[in-house]
Design a protein around this ligand. Structure first.
Ligand SMILES: [Zn+2]
Length: 347
């Protein structure tokens, strides 16, 4: 477990409570609320050019601490409170184990930046980028932290994760106080750009129940114009979508027995599209979900499939194949959605 000062009864907290003769340090740092930490100048100087400079400056007279009548250490008063100072020292002393809790990280980062501890700053950045735990749990908060401290890669990753939080479900967090209105605007603009580009995978029609997939998506080439540069599995995936979900001849594919077949004029090609209503309604449901959460995971984890399957069961042919068709559609389309999102420039 990471150390937390609230759980430590010793004062000062270890390892910064050792006396000088225990190799506990050669200088005392005093927090704004009076806690004293015995530390090594060399370690802090290696970690921070600000501390390095600070230790070369003459200390005010009478500021020495007489610990045992034989050792007198210089004492430096800092503006950090005991909690922040403790966490800061844990990051730059090999005797300590720094806390990876997001509250502690957020608390210590301003001091890390203030003392120009560039290596510590990068350690924390890499941890947040690679760990993903906090990015997935609290993407808006991590985005704000990333923007505040200039972690561009983390900001991009966190922004993408915020797509999983619908705009009307987003909550404020204190981290947002520390970023500009423009940074927050970028986050909302990014959501809307992703939402809009994902909707280009569909073509809305006049029929409110009949929005259909755009046949040119996602690679903007027709299936029969596939170049060998496209992997074979992508060609097969596109063929599946076209043959099963965008049939252009009645009875040309897996089902000719559905009672409810919609005949649509494709708004771009003027060709007639035939498809079972349960399929078109399913596409519409997917489109609607993607407006709230424009990510591939929305499709691969699609909820509310049962009503569509129930309708499909009414057809003797679709009964056997609908589940597999939806499963495969979700798998392919989730990939298409994420490819579309990758086209959106972030910051
Ligand atoms: Zn059918």
């Amino acid at each position: 477990m990471p150390p937390n000062m609230d759980d430590i009864s010793e004062t000062p907290a270890p390892p910064f409570n050792k006396k000088p003769y225990d190799t506990g340090g050669d200088v005392i740092l005093r927090s704004s609320d009076g806690e004293e930490f015995h530390v090594h100048r060399t370690l802090l100087s290696l970690a921070s050019p600000v501390f390095e400079t600070m230790f070369t400056l003459p200390q005010p007279e009478g500021n020495g601490i007489s610990s045992d009548n034989t050792h007198e250490l210089a004492s430096v008063a800092l503006s950090e409170g005991r909690k922040a100072l403790y966490q800061l020292l844990l990051w730059c002393d090999p005797r300590g184990v720094p806390s990876y809790d997001l509250d502690d990280i957020e608390h210590v980062l301003p001091s890390v930046a203030k003392y120009e501890m560039s290596a510590v700053l990068q350690c924390i950045r890499v941890y947040l980028v690679q760990g993903k735990e906090y990015v997935e749990k609290e993407p808006v908060r991590v985005y704000a932290i990333a923007i505040r401290h200039g972690f561009q890669d983390l900001a991009r990753i966190a922004a993408k994760e915020t797509l999983h939080v619908p705009l009307d479900k987003r909550q404020q967090c204190p981290a947002l106080y520390h970023i500009s209105g423009m940074a927050l605007y970028h986050l909302y603009a990014y959501f809307m750009a992703c939402r809009d580009i994902v909707q280009t995978l569909f073509i809305p029609t006049q029929d409110p129940y009949a929005d259909i997939l755009c046949p040119l998506s996602p690679l903007d080439v027709k299936v029969d114009q596939f170049s060998p540069i496209y992997p074979l599995h992508e060609k097969r995936e596109a063929e599946f979508i076209h043959n099963v979900w965008l049939r252009q001849k009645r009875g040309s594919s897996s089902c000719s027995k559905c009672k409810s077949i919609s005949e649509l004029i494709h708004p771009q090609s003027d060709k007639v599209i035939y498809n079972a209503e349960w399929r078109l309604e399913y596409l519409r449901a997917v489109m609607s979900e993607l407006k709230n959460i424009p990510r591939g995971r929305t499709v691969s984890n699609m909820t509310g499939i049962i009503p569509h399957l129930t309708k499909a069961v009414g057809c003797p042919e679709c009964r056997a194949t609908a589940g597999g068709q939806i499963f495969l559609f979700n798998k392919i389309f989730a990939h298409w959605v994420d490819k579309k999102i990758d086209e959106v420039c972030t910051f």
